[in-house]
Design a protein around this ligand. Structure first.
Ligand code: UD1
Length: 430
């Protein structure tokens, strides 16, 4: 089993290039099955979730070809089944985007129920409600979601909760429904906007993405397009907090600073300097970290996917901080691991009460999920001594070349497989 071994204590310094947003690329790849023409997509991150989705799409007859590591052409004119049951697809959350996409185009889809990170109950009722409002019959049987419609007809849909996934899924199906759909209380995340832009570039008529009311006039046909995915807000935010936690000086490049504002604001509050330019943000942490309070919220609020990373920083901040997780109820599982590294954190329900400590000390820890895994790596890089992070397959679901990018910033980190590798690493870094 692969692990990350690291020796903490060196400030991260330098520049790091941020890749395409996983959570935008997933629905965009799924939506590319909605035309028989060829679609060319750039800035696709080379991470496990994406590769699993592409493989599952291949399984239903979609021709996908990587023209380079981050570019792919998709042609869905040879789709031969509308049943997506690939073994791995259950493991990723985004499998369900194929329902919206296939239902929109073919008025029929059967897809294995989604998995993804175990961070809460992750209901899909709003997705199903949206499909039903458009006229589809939807039921769940034998672990599959089965959706079918004679035809899809636009509807006025009020989402009971702000859901990224449901907004995206309903937007895809509605793009090829008859007449107008209005989604109220829609999610406003950058990847919702990116998908809308992508669909519009294929000939869809979607307005208002990025606000909480999205208006979609259905079209009968979508055509091929060329498109580049937006930069990954969460990958960028993770490196920004890595700078803060290791007392470093890191510039994240190829980003949209606007998407990082809630993250930059918190870094300023805890005493870091943040400099923005057109497509880069520099974080300098030259002073001791301070405490603050944070509550995760839908965009433009502080992202739940950055909650473990900010907690790792606050646990080294002077004073008491409170982190409230308002999106997913089970997202503090990593706190036990952080406690083993010396953090003083008490979790009560959806709130973490954090008393800052002077330092972390290295330990062998488990990555419980994708973002928490990345946050624990950052903690290890700040810790005194050696840390080994196990179960790094979670981290690789969403971070491309994570340890290589960290190495380029001066981190002493390596991927190891055995205890022997770890001993060798220790001898090397001294
Ligand atoms: C997406 C992201 C995930 C991020 C999350 C919130 C992807 C692949 N994943 O997940 O990284 O943490 O947005 O920004 O893009 N809910 C319902 N009913 C539904 C749908 C959701 O009650 O039908 C609830 C969820 O349980 C959760 C909240 O709404 O409490 C937000 O979930 P949602 O925005 O849908 O998250 P995902 O799309 O699953």
């Amino acid at each position: 089993m692969e692990q990350y071994a690291m020796k903490g204590g060196s400030p991260l310094v330098g520049e790091v290039e941020i890749g395409g947003a996983k959570n935008a690329a997933l629905p965009i790849l799924a939506a590319s099955v909605m035309t028989d023409e060829t679609v060319y997509i750039e800035n696709i991150p080379d991470v496990r979730d994406i590769n699993v989705l592409l493989k599952a799409m291949g399984g239903i007859g979609v021709l996908e070809k990587r023209t380079s590591r981050h570019c792919v052409t998709i042609n869905a004119s040879q789709v031969h089944t509308l049943v997506v049951e690939d073994d791995n697809i259950k493991k990723i959350r985004a499998s369900y985007y194929l329902i919206g996409a296939l239902l929109g185009k073919y008025k029929e889809a059967t897809v294995a129920l989604p998995g993804g990170c175990n961070i809460g109950s992750r209901a899909i009722d709003q997705h199903l409600k949206g499909f039903r409002a458009l006229g589809a019959q939807v039921h769940i049987e034998y672990g599959l979601i089965v959706a079918k419609a004679e035809k899809l007809v636009g509807a006025h849909i009020y989402m009971d909760v702000v859901s990224v996934g449901a907004t995206i899924n309903v937007m895809m199906a509605a793009a090829m429904a008859e007449g107008q759909t209005i989604i109220e209380n829609a999610a406003k995340e950058p990847h919702v906007v990116d998908l809308a832009n992508f669909l519009n570039s294929m000939g869809a008529n979607i307005k208002g993405a990025g606000t909480d009311v999205i208006r979609i006039k259905g079209v009968t046909r979508l055509h091929g397009t060329e498109y580049a995915i937006i930069p990954d807000q969460i990958e960028a935010g993770t490196f920004m907090f890595a700078a803060a936690v290791t007392k470093g000086d890191v510039t994240v490049k190829n980003v949209i600073p606007k998407h990082l504002e809630s993250i930059s604001a918190k870094l300023l509050e805890i005493g870091c300097e943040v400099e923005e330019s057109d497509d880069a943000v520099r974080v300098v942490a030259s002073k001791p970290l301070l405490h603050t309070h944070v509550k995760t919220l839908p965009y433009p609020g502080f992202p739940t996917d950055m909650q473990p990373q900010i907690t790792v920083a606050l646990a080294l901040g002077k004073g008491t901080s409170i982190v409230t997780e308002s999106i997913f109820e089970n997202r503090f599982k990593y706190v036990d691991e952080l406690t083993r590294m010396g953090a003083d954190i008490k979790v009560e329900g959806n709130t973490a009460i954090i008393n800052g400590v002077d330092k972390y000390t290295g330990a062998t820890i488990l990555a419980p999920d994708l973002r928490a895994g990345a946050a624990l790596v950052i903690a290890g890089l700040a810790a005194h001594g050696y840390t080994v992070v196990d179960e790094i397959q979670y981290i690789e679901r969403g971070y491309e070349d994570f340890h290589i990018k960290l190495q380029s910033l001066g981190a002493q980190i390596e991927k190891v497989q055995t205890d022997r590798d770890f001993q060798k690493f220790k001898l090397k870094v001294g």
